[in-house]
Write a protein that binds this ligand. Structure first.
Ligand SMILES: Nc1nc2c(c(=O)[nH]1)N[C@H]1C(S)=C(S)[C@@H](COP(=O)(O)OP(=O)(O)OC[C@H]3O[C@@H](n4cnc5c(=O)[nH]c(N)nc54)[C@H](O)[C@@H]3O)O[C@H]1N2
Ligand SMILES: Nc1nc2c(c(=O)[nH]1)N[C@H]1C(S)=C(S)[C@@H](COP(=O)(O)OP(=O)(O)OC[C@H]3O[C@@H](n4cnc5c(=O)[nH]c(N)nc54)[C@H](O)[C@@H]3O)O[C@H]1N2
Ligand code: SF4
Ligand SMILES: [Mo]
Length: 697
C-alpha cells in the first residue's frame, strides 16, 4: 500500500487528491488532499470514485475494429494504426486536406499535451477542421469577444470582487468557474468566504439552485429572457447616470446607440417580460451599481438558451458600461508559472470578427454544424474524423441527424475508455490511459485566467495499467499516425523526433520550456504549490490600443428581433432548461456501481404544482415532446424549479434501440435547423419549448 498525490482531471475543479494504491499499483481509494493549496481537501463524488472508473469492468482495455456486421472485434494497436493511416491517406488523397477533422471532447480537454498535439497533427495534415465541445457549450463568449471586444487584463478576480452576478450558472454543482468570473476551487468555501468579506452575490436562474440558495438576491426568471434582463440593467445604468463614463469614453464606441436601444427596457417592462419582481430587480441593480469591483457573468443557462449570442454580448456590455475590469496599477493575481511572463495592459482588444473571414472562432469550426459539414455539399465536406475523449452522438443536437452523418463517414476513429454511443459507430476504437496512469500537469495556455494564484501542479503516472490491457496515450495515436504517413509532427512549434515516440513527460517538458520556476522544481513537488513568481501589476493602456464596440450592426439587428419578442406556441407550454447532475460528467461515469445506486437514470423534474395540475405522479412514465421529437421519461418533483420549467440532464441514453441504454437521450428533442445561432451554430439546448404527454396505461 502506498499513498500518492495527484489532481483530478474530470472537470475544471482541479481538486488535489490523495490516491491509495495497492502493491500492484492499482487504485484502491481516492480522497481530497487536505494540504492542497487551492482545494484544501475538497473533492466531489466524481473525483472520489474515480478509482472505480480506472478499474471498471466496462472499461475498454484493447483496441477494437468494426466488422462488416457492425460488431467490434479486438485488434492489435500497431495493426490498428497501420489500417487507420492507410484509410486516412486514401480519403485525404481523394477529398483534400480539410476533409479530415478532429473533435476534442471533454475527455480530451483536461490533458495538457493533447491540445498541442491536435494542433500539430492538423497542421501536419494541412487541415483546418478543428472541432471541440467548446462550440456546443459556451461559444457565445467567443462570439462576444469577436463582436464586442475583450479586456486585455481579464476579469475582476472573484476574491477581490464586492459583487458577483451570475446568470444561469451553478458552480456549486458544476465546479466550472474560470469562464464565469468565479473561483471554483473548493467552490462552497470560496462563496462563503466572499460573503463573509461582505461581497454581494446575485443569481439569475429559473431554478433555486444550490448557488442561488447562498445568494443575497435570487431572480427566478422565465428562461430565455436574459437579453431582456441585461437590457434592463443597461437601461438603468445609462438612464440614471450610473455608468462609468470615463471608462466608456476611453475604451468604448457606441454608448449612445446602446443607450437608445435599451431605453424601452424599463424595470416594469423587464419584470413583466421575464416574470420577475420589479422591486427585487431594482434592488439587484442598486447593489450591482453601488459596487466598485466585480461583474456580471454567465454559465451555460444563457449560453444555451434563446438568443445566446445577444444575451452574452449584453451581459459583457454591462461590465464595460460599468467599467468592471482590472485597472493600471492593480495586482495581477496570477502572472503565470508554467508559461512565460507576458505584460498585462489595462486596455481593450478590438473585436476581430474572424468569423466573417473564415467562419471560425478562435481557430475552431462549429460543432453545431459538424453533422451538416459531413453530409453537406461543398469542397470542405468532412470524410474522416478522429474523436478524442468525446461523445458526439450524445452531445450534438438532433441525434438522428448526428447518427446518420457519423455513419456516413469514410473513417471514424474514437479514443475513449468507454464503448460510448459514438464509439459504437466507429471503425476503430482505441483505449487511452486514464488520468492516474499518465504524466500530466495543470494547463498552461490559460493558466493565468484559470487559477486565482500562481498555482501549478505536475501529476506523474502513479497507477499501473489494468492487467492484460493494450492502452495508448492520446498523443501517441497522433504521433503513430504521423509517422506512418511520413509526416513530421510539430509540438508547439518544435518538430518532434519521428524516430521514437516521445513520452507524455517529454512533451510536458517542451510545454514548460519557458516556465517562470525551474520545471524540475515543479515536477518534484508532488501535490502542487502556489509558486513564488515575481509579482506583476497591470500596466497602463498603450497608445493605439483597441476599443469595445457596444452595438455593432449585427448585434443591433439581433437586439431589435429580441425586443419584438418570440411568440409562445401554446402547444408547447413548458420550457426545458439545462442542468448538470452532480454524480456524472456529461455522458461519463453513469455506469459505475456507486453512481448507479444513487442515480439509476436521468429523470424529468417538474415543479410539484405542475405535476398536480397535469395529474401526474412521481415515478410515472410520460412522453416529453418538443417540436422536433419525443422521448419517454420518468418524472419526479423538484420544488426549486420555477413553475412552467422542467429539467432533464443530458448525457444519458445510447443509440436508439440499444437494450443496454440507461436513461434517455435528450438530444432527440433538440434541433440543428433554424433555431441555431447564426455565427456559431449554437443549438437551443435550454429554454426549449416542450409539452408533457401522459402515456396510456
Ligand atoms: N457534476 C457535473 N459537473 C459538470 C458537468 C457535469 O455534467 N456534471 N459538466 C461540465 C460542463 S461540460 C460544463 S459546460 C459546465 C457547465 O456549468 P454550468 O453552466 O454551471 O451548468 P449548470 O450547472 O447546468 O448551470 C446552468 C444553470 O442555468 C440555468 N438556466 C437554464 N436556462 C436558463 C436561462 O435561459 N437563463 C438563465 N439565467 N438561467 C438558465 C439552469 O437552471 C442551471 O442552474 O459544468 C461542468 N461541470
Ligand atoms: N442537450 C444538451 N446537449 C449538450 C449539453 C447540454 O447541456 N444539453 N451540454 C453540451 C456541453 S457543455 C458539452 S461540453 C458537450 C459534451 O460533449 P463531449 O465532450 O463530446 O461529451 P462527454 O459526454 O463529455 O464525453 C467525454 C468522453 O471522454 C471520455 N474520457 C474520459 N476520460 C478520458 C481520457 O482520459 N481520455 C480520453 N481519450 N477520453 C476520456 C469519456 O469516456 C467520454 O466518452 O455536450 C453538449 N451537449
Ligand atoms: S469537482 Fe469533482 S470532478 Fe471536478 S476536479 Fe474536483 S473532484 Fe474532480
Ligand atoms: Mo461543457
Amino acid at each position: 500500500m502506498t499513498e500518492r498525490k495527484s489532481f483530478c482531471r474530470i472537470c475544471f475543479g482541479t481538486c488535489g487528491l490523495i490516491v491509495k494504491l495497492d502493491d500492484n499499483a492499482r487504485v484502491t481509494s481516492v480522497r481530497g488532499d487536505p494540504d492542497h493549496p487551492l482545494t484544501s481537501g475538497f473533492a466531489c463524488s466524481k473525483g472520489v470514485t474515480s478509482g472505480e472508473l480506472h478499474n471498471s469492468d466496462r472499461r475498454l482495455l484493447r483496441p477494437l475494429k468494426r466488422m462488416p456486421d457492425g460488431s467490434h472485434a479486438e485488434i492489435g494497436i500497431e495493426q490498428a494504426l497501420d489500417e487507420i493511416a492507410e484509410r486516412l491517406k486514401a480519403s485525404v488523397a481523394a477529398h483534400g486536406s480539410n476533409s479530415h477533422a478532429i473533435y476534442q471532447g471533454m475527455g480530451g480537454s483536461l490533458n495538457a499535451a493533447v491540445r498541442v498535439v491536435l494542433r500539430g497533427w492538423l497542421n501536419a495534415m494541412g487541415s483546418t477542421s478543428y472541432y471541440s465541445s467548446m462550440t456546443i457549450d459556451q461559444s457565445a463568449k467567443w462570439v462576444s469577444f469577436e463582436r464586442l471586444g475583450m479586456w486585455a487584463a481579464g476579469n475582476t478576480p472573484f476574491d477581490t470582487a464586492d459583487v458577483w452576478m451570475g446568470f444561469g450558472f451553478n458552480p456549486l454543482v458544476s465546479v466550472s468557474g474560470a469562464l464565469s468570473g468565479f473561483n471554483n476551487y473548493n467552490p462552497v468555501a470560496r462563496l462563503k468566504a466572499a460573503k463573509a468579506r461582505g461581497a454581494k452575490i446575485i443569481v439569475i436562474d429559473p431554478r433555486r439552485t444550490e448557488t442561488a440558495r447562498l445568494a443575497d438576491i435570487h431572480l427566478q426568471p422565465i428562461p430565455g429572457e436574459d437579453s431582456a434582463i441585461a437590457a434592463g440593467f443597461l437601461n438603468l445604468a445609462l438612464s440614471e447616470g450610473r455608468e462609468d463614463s470615463e471608462f466608456c469614453a476611453a475604451h468604448a464606441e457606441g454608448l449612445d446607440d446602446l443607450r437608445a436601444a435599451v431605453a424601452p427596457f424599463t424595470p416594469a417592462h423587464v419584470a413583466a417580460r421575464a416574470g420577475i419582481d420589479e422591486a427585487l430587480f431594482r434592488e439587484a441593480a442598486d447593489i450591482f451599481f453601488a459596487a466598485k469591483r466585480g461583474g456580471a457573468f454567465t454559465g451555460t443557462g444563457p449560453n444555451m438558451a434563446t438568443g445566446s449570442n445577444l444575451s452574452q454580448h449584453l451581459i459583457d456590455a454591462l461590465n464595460v458600461v460599468c467599467g468592471r475590469y482590472p485597472r493600471a496599477g492593480d495586482a495581477v493575481p496570477n502572472p503565470g508559472v508554467l508559461g512565460p511572463r507576458k505584460p498585462v495592459h489595462a486596455e481593450a482588444i478590438s473585436p476581430g470578427r474572424s468569423f466573417e473571414r473564415n467562419g471560425m472562432l478562435f481557430g475552431q469550426k462549429m460543432t453545431g454544424a459538424l453533422a451538416s459539414a459531413i453530409t453537406g455539399p461543398g469542397p470542405d465536406r468532412i470524410r474522416s474524423l478522429i474523436v478524442v475523449g468525446g461523445n458526439l452522438v450524445s452531445a450534438m443536437p438532433d441525434q438522428a441527424r448526428s447518427i446518420a452523418a457519423l455513419s456516413g463517414l469514410d473513417l471514424l476513429v474514437t479514443i475513449d475508455p468507454q464503448m460510448n454511443a459514438t464509439a459504437r459507430l466507429a471503425d476503430y476504437v482505441l483505449p487511452p490511459r486514464l488520468m492516474f496512469e499518465r504524466d500530466d500537469m495543470t494547463m498552461v495556455h490559460n493558466e493565468r485566467n484559470y487559477f486565482p494564484a500562481p498555482f501549478a501542479q505536475y501529476a506523474p503516472a502513479i497507477a499501473a495499467e489494468p492487467e492484460g490491457a493494450e492502452l495508448i496515450d492520446d498523443h501517441a495515436l497522433f504521433w503513430g499516425l504521423a509517422k506512418r504517413l511520413g509526416l513530421t509532427l510539430d509540438y508547439g512549434g518544435q518538430a518532434l523526433d519521428m524516430g521514437a515516440c516521445p513520452s507524455g513527460a517529454d512533451l510536458l517538458a517542451i510545454t514548460a520550456a519557458h516556465s517562470q520556476i525551474p520545471f524540475a522544481e515543479i515536477k518534484a513537488r508532488e501535490g502542487g504549490a502556489i509558486w513564488p513568481v515575481q509579482p506583476q501589476i497591470v500596466e497602463p493602456a498603450r497608445p493605439g490600443a483597441g476599443r469595445f464596440q457596444l452595438l455593432p450592426p449585427d448585434v443591433a439587428e439581433e437586439f431589435a428581433e429580441m425586443a419584438r419578442g418570440e411568440p409562445v406556441d401554446p402547444a408547447y407550454p413548458f420550457r426545458l432548461v439545462v442542468r448538470r447532475m452532480r454524480e456524472v460528467m456529461n455522458s461519463f461515469g453513469r455506469h459505475i456501481p456507486s453512481v448507479q445506486r444513487r442515480k439509476p437514470e436521468n429523470r424529468l423534474q417538474l415543479h410539484p404544482d405542475d405535476l398536480a395540475a397535469l395529474g401526474i405522479e412521481t415515478g410515472e412514465q410520460v412522453m416529453l415532446r418538443s417540436a422536433h421529437g419525443a422521448i419517454p421519461a420518468t418524472v419526479e418533483t423538484d420544488d426549486t424549479l420555477r413553475p412552467g420549467t422542467v429539467t432533464l440532464t443530458h448525457g444519458w441514453g445510447e443509440l436508439p434501440g440499444d437494450r443496454d441504454a440507461i436513461g434517455v437521450a435528450i438530444n432527440r428533442l433538440t434541433d440543428a435547423g433554424d433555431t441555431v445561432e447564426r455565427i456559431n451554430a449554437m443549438p437551443r439546448f435550454s429554454a426549449l419549448p416542450v409539452r408533457i404527454e401522459r402515456c396510456a396505461a
